[in-house]
Design a protein around this ligand. Structure first.
Ligand code: NCD
Length: 464
């Protein structure tokens, strides 16, 4: 039987997510009444980064389901500090030590890598600035409980949209559910291009300028953007001078500056978005719930903690029943009725070529000695590909074929004839020649000893 992982929010279909909500509802009415479900099972928390809510709510969830927990809350106390790779650690911890692994890591794509080596389900509890799917399930569940639906609601995403992994998973899911998103980034912390590109290409979302004057102060210093999945307006980004008017908001989702991931350590922040009594007085926010994945710094003032619209502590409390549901499903303790078949997307390994992932904190670069670069084809003509770990668009100028050992310019029609498993990417001619590849117009060389070909590896289920 194939092991099911939760690496990206896309690993679950919308039908499954709704079933998980219903299950979390049942758990929340009686948190102590389900201690038979995971009896005898063990979850292992591997946390390479600090955590309060995610780790403790996962551990509480497993204990409430009757299972046990192994905790490596500070990986400096493990063999990671002796240089052990993530792949090796996961092979060991999934080999009889535990029935499910909950992993947090500073590198984008770490959970994807772990899933490739684990014999038990891996749950991504936050990987760099990439994704945080279980926080998103918690956030969606909160919207579902508070608003009764997600389809068609208006959600403001505010703060550090560039480096917040919670924002990225949440934006993908909101797009799939058909919610409207208004981005209110702190200046310089807009959504990264690869996220916008994905929202556009895979979910049909078109970003447009938003007229956010009715949001009052929170949007005053921000270039607000509307992300709407309904596609009623075929204007491209910023062609409409006035923009779409933000009328009435259902939820404001605030995030802290993710300074630990800022290249300058946070010194570049000015004019960060803030929510206090004055901002909440805006007419458009009259009925909006205020959410935050926590921890907060001073982007949400304590003066609004008692406002009935502030639900961030309730939101954190709901992390327990939702994570009970996630654990119950992934360990197989409870079967989802719908069991939707999630189509498989193939990742292809590129054993040759210089790693074209442009992201210095991607796991394919931070653990380069242990990780084969892997990619996903985004388009064939011209050829575009995304890193299979961190989703960023690969940068390359030349494309090699590992069977013919020839390379071609990226935009050559010849590249379309190369099977994905036989592609190799190079930034320039020097590295292609260095790897034993030749230009198409050069005669055949003596046989090379360089290993050819890369096996496809199974991974990433598609959005439902
Ligand atoms: C978030 C995280 O770790 O990404 N926290 C959490 O899991 N509740 C948000 C944050 O740290 O800002």
């Amino acid at each position: 039987m194939t092991v099911r992982h939760l690496v990206s929010i896309d690993d679950l279909t919308l039908v499954e997510i709704r079933e998980i909500f219903a299950m979390a509802d049942r758990f929340s009415t009686d948190l102590r009444g389900h201690a038979e479900l995971c009896r005898g099972m063990i979850s292992a928390s591997l946390f390479y980064e600090p955590s309060t809510r995610t780790r403790l709510s996962f551990e509480s969830a497993m204990l409430r389901l009757g299972g046990g927990v192994l905790t490596a809350a500070d990986m400096r106390s493990t063999s990671a500090s002796k240089g052990e790779s993530l792949a090796d650690t996961v092979r060991v911890v999934s080999g009889g030590y535990s029935d499910v692994i909950v992993l947090r890591h500073p590198s984008e794509g770490a959970a994807r890598l772990a899933a490739m080596y684990s014999s038990v389900p891996v749950i991504n509890a936050g990987a760099g600035s990439h994704e945080h799917p279980t926080q998103t399930l918690c956030d969606l569940y909160n919207l579902w409980v508070e608003r009764g639906r997600i389809e068609g609601i208006e959600v403001v995403l505010a703060g550090d949209l560039r480096y917040s992994r919670t924002i990225h998973s949440f934006a993908y899911a909101l797009a799939r559910f058909g919610a409207n998103v208004i981005c209110v980034p702190a200046p310089g912390f807009e959504l990264p291009d690869y996220v916008v590109q994905r929202l556009r290409e895979e979910f049909g979302v078109e970003p447009q300028r938003a007229d956010a004057s009715r949001l009052g102060d929170i949007a005053a210093r921000s270039d607000a953007v509307y992300l709407t999945p309904h596609k009623p307006h075929q204007l491209s980004l910023f062609t409409d001078a006035r923009g779409l008017t933000v009328e009435r908001v259902d939820a404001v989702y605030m995030t802290r500056p993710q300074t630990e991931r800022h290249p300058d350590g946070g010194s570049g922040i000015s004019d960060y978005v803030r929510l206090g009594k004055d901002q909440l007085a805006a007419e458009s926010l009259r009925d909006a719930v205020v959410m935050h994945p926590l921890p907060r710094r001073d982007e949400i003032s304590a003066e609004i903690d008692d406002d009935p619209r502030s639900i961030y502590f309730k939101q954190a409390a709901r992390g327990v029943p939702i994570r009970m549901a996630i654990l119950a499903v992934l360990t197989g303790a409870v079967r989802l009725e719908t069991q939707a078949r999630v189509p498989e997307v193939r990742l292809h390994r590129t054993p040759l070529g210089d790693n074209p992932c442009p992201n210095p904190t991607c796991i394919s670069r931070t653990e380069a000695r242990h990780v084969h670069p892997a990619y996903k084809i985004a388009a064939r003509a011209p050829l575009r590909a995304h890193c299979g770990y961190c989703s960023q668009e690969l940068r390359f100028a030349l494309v090699g074929c590992t069977t013919s050992r020839r390379f071609h310019p990226r935009d050559s029609s010849e590249t379309r004839k190369i099977r994905p498993d036989h592609l190799s990417f190079f930034s320039d001619e020097r590295s292609a020649l260095g790897a034993g590849f030749l230009p198409v117009d050069r005669p055949n060389p003596a046989p090379t000893s360089v290993e050819a070909g890369g096996a496809p590896i199974r991974a990433v289920p598609e959005p439902g």
